[in-house]
Structures are given as C-alpha cells and as structure tokens.
Ligand binder design. Structure first.
Ligand code: MLC
Ligand code: AMP
Length: 508
C-alpha cells in the first residue's frame, strides 16, 4: 500500500521526538504525536463510514488538532475540504450541496445549524472545538493509533478548495496528492528549509497559503512551527527570537512596520520573511529592509496552481516582482485575445503549467476546459510580463477580482446580493486602494427614487448572506453608474473616481 503524499511526509521525519507544532499555550506535538493522532483520527473517520474519495468538509477554528484532521483525511484517502470560518450559513449551504461531503466537521457552537444543512444532503456532522475537544476527538480516543493507510496514487484527489467564481458561484479546485507534494518539495528546496527551521504560523489554515505552503513545507522538511490562532503583531515580535521564518500576506508586513519594536535586533534569529497572496507594495518592501536588513521574499501563486514563481533565495529579491518560475513550473505570457505567446517585457495573460497545476474544477468540466489551453497551460487570469532578467511582474488582473488582506472577493457575488435588496436599482463593486488591507471592497449603489435605503441597512441585509471580509468597507450612493457606448459599467472610471477613499491621498 502506498499513500503518495503521506509516505513522503513520513520519509521527511528526522526524528520521532522532533517537535512538529508548538502552540501559543506552549503545548508541543512531536512528529511521533502527529503520526499517532492523525492515525487515530483517520480511524475515527473510517469508522464513520468515510471511504477513499469521499469528501470531508471542515469548518473549525485553527488548532493543532485541525491540522491532524487534515493529515487524517490524507491518510484515509478522503478528500479534505476546508472552509473559511467567516462563511455564513447561506454560503455553507452552497458548499455542502455542491461538494456532497460524507462528513462535515464543525465547531460545536455552529453544529446545530450545520446539522440542519447537512441533513438536507445526507452528510454526517461531528465536532472539533478550538481547544482540541469535540465529538470527533472522543471517537479518535477510542481508535488505535496504528491506522492502515488507504492506498492513494499521485493522481488521486487530496483536497478541494473553493475559490470565488467570476460568475458569482464558487468553484471547487481539485488538488491531487502530486499537486501538493511536488509544490511542497520544490518550495522546501527553493527556500532552503531544514529540520532546524521554526516557522511562525499565523495564517488561517483553510486556504492554500496557511494549509499547503506553510504546513506542507514544514512537514516535508521535518521542521517545526509555532502555531498561532491568528495574526497578532506584538505576539509575533515576541516570538521572533525563537523562530527562523515568517510567512504572511502583505497586511502582516504593513502592520508589523507599525510596531516600534520591529528592528534589526528583534529579527536577529530570523533568516527569511516570505510574502504572497496579494501584491506587496514596493514601499513596504523597502521600508522593511531599512528597518530590519531583510529583503522580503515575494512569491506568487493561487488556489488552482499552488505556487508558481518566487524571488530567489540567493540573488536579488526585486520589489514589485514575484521572481522566477519555480524549478518544475513553466510560465509564459500570452495575448489574452489570441493566445499568441508574447515576448520579453510584453504584457499579457500569465499562463502556467507543471505538476503543481490542479486537476480541474469539481463537477465543472466545461468551466475547466475553457481555462486550459490545448497544450495544458492554465490561464491564470492575472496580467503580467516577464522582463529581460526573467523576473515575472504582475501588472494587473484580467479577472474582476478584489484582494483584501489576502482574501479574494469576486465583485459579482457581492453585486448579486446587493442588487436583490428592495430599493436598489443596480450597483457596482470595486476594489479601492486601502492602507491596511491592500484593497477595500467598495460598493457604488444606485437606489430607486424615494427609497430611504442607507449604508447601515445594506450592511445589515448582507450580514447573514456574505462572509464579513466580503462586505463593503464603504457604500456610496450615486444617481447613476458610468457606462461605455456598449452600455457596460466602466469600473475603471469608478476606481479612479474613488481611488483616494481610504488613503486620503490626492488622485494622481
Ligand atoms: C478581517 N476583516 C477583513 C479581513 N480580515 N476585512 C477585509 N479583508 C480581510 N482580509 C474584517 C473583519 O471581519 C472585521 O470586521 C475587521 O476586519 C477586523 O477583523 P480582525 O479579525 O481583527 O482582522 P484580523 O484578524 O486583523 O485579520 C486581518 C488579516 C486576516 C489580514 C490578518 O484577514 C488574514 O489572516 N488574512 C490572510 C488571508 C489568507 O490567508 N489568504 C491566503 C489565501 S490563499 P468588523 O467589521 O467585524 O470589525 C492564496 C493563494 C496564495 O491567496 O498565493 O497564497
Ligand atoms: P486565490 O484564488 O485566493 O488563491 O488567489 C490567487 C490570486 O492572488 C492570484 O491569481 C493573484 O491574482 C493573487 N496573488 C497571489 N500572490 C500574489 C502576489 N505575490 N502578487 C500579486 N498577486 C498575487
């Protein structure tokens, strides 16, 4: 029996008593504990009737046990489906109906609501709380730690991660054992991880960055991590003397820079700061280097592809670029209309190909087909160029997408919700430069004559429909939206008009 991903993780363990996780409370999990607890949990999941290929949906707070659950799914052949804890019940209903999981693992505080949803689609519900308790842990306690792993090949599914859809409906990106393992090994080597590393892990564990980039790289290095429930700059500064690497979204670095305590002495034991998921401003890069002596290493990826490019470990980390294609990844830039491959410094669509690229969208073969070229390249939707030295630059987005604090929000999804509200004629949702989140979701709304709808009423109505981070930071009422001659709303005009809403800077 072989299990493609977990066999490699097991092979990477330097010593069974080496620390894998240390929590904020000081609890320690060795690699031996990881093998034992992921085995017990795999046994519990198997006893519940989950078979290889079945989906296990998980919406729980961040904890070491939640990571054991991810590994348990890998070991028993289930397809792990993590869900953002910010998702509302309405959003969850869609994910559960679409993925048809056999089992949903929920926080006990949400379990009753989730049971109501899960029962509609024939899914079982068990609980896991942030302290590492819950019904699933009770079941795992009764299981033997010696779980016999399910056989899984490179091409079998390991996980489905939902990404917001351009048409408003989220799409489940199907990731195989090989997608995850190849990228983890490539990043481990590129970023020079060894068993001596200790990562500060302050990212959520329901998206690619915190779950795969951070966790799988640590696992395949036999290294350890300081697992924090959320991002807290003061806590991170206090832990830096015991750590070697930090991974974060740009907002982490913006907020760290606001701390007086960030200086060369504070980072003396750190060897690497990595940023991704959203553009890092050149100004943040420069200021961080001035304060700490460290050039933040920026990389570029997405849910569908894992990581594609990275600035070099040795060599120049150039601010405003996302570096070179990773060792086993091909990157090219094409004309968005014709697909013709473009030359150096020409801006177009970024396309990628490699063992990191996903298998397709869950139950959406047509959608999958249109996002791949015939020669297997995936069309990312990001616009960019490759310069003479080979550095990839992301210039903009070919997709209507807002990235706020590293989370993706598709305007269409927010617009559909606002458009349905009584008193609304139409609206346009845009991303506007925001000093903390990078971009702030902003809604421009046209209301019906005589309607007394105000910002509060719109936000209240969205409260149980959309996750908090998707909700507009500001709502602006206007008489009409600017349109081009084809009648299409000119979002570029709106972006320019409201460009200084959060920064207070005069328009360029
Ligand atoms: C929280 N809020 C946000 C937000 N995060 N609003 C917009 N965008 C965000 N990202 C809202 C909350 O709902 C709350 O609203 C208020 O802001 C403060 O909440 P908080 O809980 O104090 O926020 P905080 O914990 O400080 O979170 C900010 C953050 C967090 C940036 C630390 O969002 C975060 O950890 N982001 C990382 C996202 C990530 O992992 N992305 C990777 C995706 S994978 P109110 O109104 O209730 O006060 C990917 C691929 C790749 O993209 O390449 O990696
Ligand atoms: P997600 O779908 O949440 O995985 O987000 C992926 C998207 O985030 C990519 O398609 C890019 O638009 C964006 N992204 C990720 N990393 C970077 C980066 N370093 N710079 C700019 N954009 C990035």
């Amino acid at each position: 029996m072989s299990n493609h991903l977990f066999d490699a993780i097991r092979r990477s363990i330097a010593k069974n008593d080496a620390i894998f996780i240390e929590t904020a409370q000081g609890n320690r999990w060795t690699y031996g504990d990881m093998i034992e607890w992921s085995g017990r949990l795999a046994g519990a999941i198997d006893t519940l009737g989950v078979r290889p290929g079945d989906r296990v949906a998980v919406q729980v707070e961040k904890s070491a046990e939640a990571l054991m659950l991810y590994l348990a799914c890998i070991r028993c052949g289930a397809v792990y489906l993590p869900l953002n804890t910010a998702y509302t019940r309405a959003e969850l209903d869609y994910f559960i109906s679409d993925a048809e999981p056999r089992l949903v693992v929920a926080d006990p505080t949400a379990a009753d609501d989730i049971k109501t949803i899960a029962s509609k689609y024939g899914a079982l519900v068990e609980t896991l709380d942030e302290g590492g308790g819950g019904s699933l842990i009770e079941l795992a306690n009764e299981e033997s730690p010696d779980f016999v792993e399910a056989s899984r090949t490179a091409d079998d599914l390991a996980a489905i991660l939902y990404t917001s859809g351009t048409t408003g409906r989220s799409k489940g990106a199907m990731l195989t054992h090989a997608n995850l393992l190849s990228n983890a090994l490539t990043l481990r080597d590129h970023w020079r991880f060894t068993p001596n590393d200790r990562l500060i892990h302050a990212l959520p564990i329901f998206h690619t960055h915190g779950l795969f980039v951070a966790t799988n790289v640590i696992l395949t290095s036999g290294a350890s991590m300081l697992l924090l429930p959320k991002f807290d700059p003061a806590q991170i500064l206090a832990l830096m003397p015991r750590a070697t690497v930090l991974m974060g979204v740009p907002t982490f670095y913006v907020r760290l820079l606001q701390h007086e305590g960030l200086n060369r002495e504070a980072v003396a034991s750190m060897r690497l700061f990595i940023s991704g998921s959203a553009p890092l401003l050149a100004d943040t890069h420069r200021t961080f280097q001035e304060r700490t002596g460290h050039a933040i290493l920026e990389r570029y990826g997405m849910t569908e592809t894992n990581m594609n490019t990275s600035n070099p470990y040795d060599g120049e980390r150039i601010a405003g670029t996302v570096g070179f294609p990773l060792a086993d990844v091909s990157v090219r830039v094409t004309d968005p209309e014709t697909g013709k491959i473009l030359g150096q410094d020409e801006t177009g669509m970024i396309e990628v190909k490699g063992p990191n690229v996903f298998k397709g969208y869950w139950r959406m073969p047509e959608k999958t087909k249109v996002e791949f070229r015939d020669d297997g390249f995936f069309i990312t939707g990001d616009l960019g160029k490759i310069d003479r030295q080979g550095y990839v630059h992301i210039i903009g987005r070919g997709k209507d997408l807002v990235i706020s604090g590293g989370y993706n929000i598709y305007p269409k999804e927010v617009e559909s919700e606002i458009d349905q509200l009584p008193g609304v004629v139409e609206c346009a949702v845009i991303g506007v430069a925001h000093p903390d989140f990078g971009e702030g979701v902003t809604a421009i709304v046209v209301k019906q004559p005589g309607s007394n709808l105000d910002e509060r009423a719109v936000l209240d109505a969205l409260g149980d429909r959309l996750a908090r981070y998707k909700q507009p930071k500001q709502i602006i009422f206007v008489d009409d939206l600017p349109r081009n001659t084809m009648g299409k709303v000119q979002k570029n005009v709106l972006r320019e008009r409201y460009g200084n809403l959060y920064t207070g800077r005069a328009r360029a």
